[in-house]
Design a protein around this ligand. Sequence first.
Ligand code: COI
Length: 389
Amino acid sequence: MLPNNSCKVYLSGAMQLTCAYQVKSVISRQNKRVLKMMSEISSAVKNAIENFIVPKDVGFGTLISPVMIEANFKDNQWSDLQILPYGDITIPPTAKVFHYAQEIFEGLKAYKSPNGEALLFRPEQNAKRFNYSAKRMAMPETPEEMFLTACKTITMLSKRFIPEASGSSLYIRPFMFATEATLGIKPSSEFKFMVLASPSGSYFKAGGLNVFIERSAIRACPGGVGTAKTGGNYAASLLSSTKAIDHGCQQTLWLDAINHQKIEEMSGMNFMCIKNNKIITPELTDTILSGITRASVIELAKTEGYEVIERTIEIDELIDGVKSGEITEAFACGTAAIITPIEKFIEENGISYELPKLDTPISLKLRSHLLDIQEGRKEGPAGWSQIVD
Ligand code: COI
């Protein structure tokens, strides 16, 4: 399991103030490190930034900011972070990542506030999850400081490119991979850590999602790597995604590996549904990625007075609930997806189960609340939305 958030939110009175103060001073120390890195950028990086033009429609993850950050791990230590113009990298074909997939990544977002500030959402949580994934994949941890400095620096350098429309953002992609150039199957002794940024619009086109119920393939198995954010889990989802597309769906709904009954998650996001006005989401197991948006939605929903239950949901319960009308909503939640409502579930044989169209869905209320915090229109819990200026 992921370590708990070091700063608990919704404390009362003086404790809350102390906590907010600690969060602020850590953030401002961090921003000084970012400023120091920014003061050292090369003229090639400056030029790349100055000459970069952001087109009107950016899509998701297709336009890449003209800078990148990297550090290398060798002889048991990390080099300093380096800021480079975005470009190709040279890696030997024998690098272990190409053969044994020793790789991890993260996804986090920076939003533009109404005052024009860059706001990062809960980056410490990504730093922690990155290190959790690193441990599971026999990779070195990145000091939290290094991870956060890299994410904040790329945010600052890309600030001009953060799209302003609600739901758009700078999608930040930290990743690490094995670079040792030998073919033996053992953990690499050398790694590269990189951070890219992509000015991005919505991950999904407007409208509800169609979700394919995958009853044969599985994404993750007990004791496997399903809780780590490693490329292999996403590779394992791709064959099913082609089946999903053939069925008019944008996502796969994964079931457990043993009985193919328990709902786990979707390919790049967590799953929630609303049954009798209660929000239900699969409890975290060793086959489900612990989503930061998932945790944030649970916390926000509780403060809004909703009952949130983390428990097993079997696929039959979902289908029966949609048919009987007890389940009124279902939605995807994740960094890329934010909160995206599901319109229908589709079986391989073409049978589909459609959710009702509601005037004021709970999922959209939660989405607005979350975006209000992420985009700086409303105050959220201490430390969630962090100014990077
Ligand atoms: C994210 O939401 O950040 C993801 O990792 C999903 C996907 C875009 C890979």
